[in-house]
Design a protein around this ligand. Sequence first.
Ligand SMILES: [Ca+2]
Length: 173
Amino acid sequence: MLVAFVFGLLGGLIAQTSAASCPAGWDQGDFYGGDRYCYKAVDLTGLTKQARQSAVTSNYCKKFDARAYPASIHSRDEDVWVRRYGNQVGIGLYVRQCATWSKENYKWRDHTPLDYTNWWFKQPDNNGGNERHVVARLTDGSGWEDVCAGDGRDYKKLACKIDLEQELDLESM
Ligand SMILES: [Ca+2]
């Protein structure tokens, strides 16, 4: 009886401390020594121009999971992982509208440090003066390109990411 109770208690403790798993339809990625991150590329091509622009400039990922943000990328492995979702996939790198555009002013929407970049040839170039958002491209060697939110035509998908171990409570974007 006592043994059964102890094992029952242990089982409960193990269940509580084991890693959470990703919601259905999200891919669990194993980076930085753990499997705490979930990824999903949501389609933007079916949206109207206005809805696509809004998806690019706000946290559209929240629509799919309250914990999700446009994906931040912190290593070559994670970069390759996100780029397997295809060409013209939006990531969570941006220059806030109130900030002066500069390469140094790019930030991740989930507030994680900018410790890895993979800019495409001659990017970011702020072509036209209002390129504050970033897509990952697979053409011509692959890499990241800064683009204008505009009508969102540079975007086919948006890569979303959940950190299962962190309850993010950032200001709305
Ligand atoms: Ca550009």
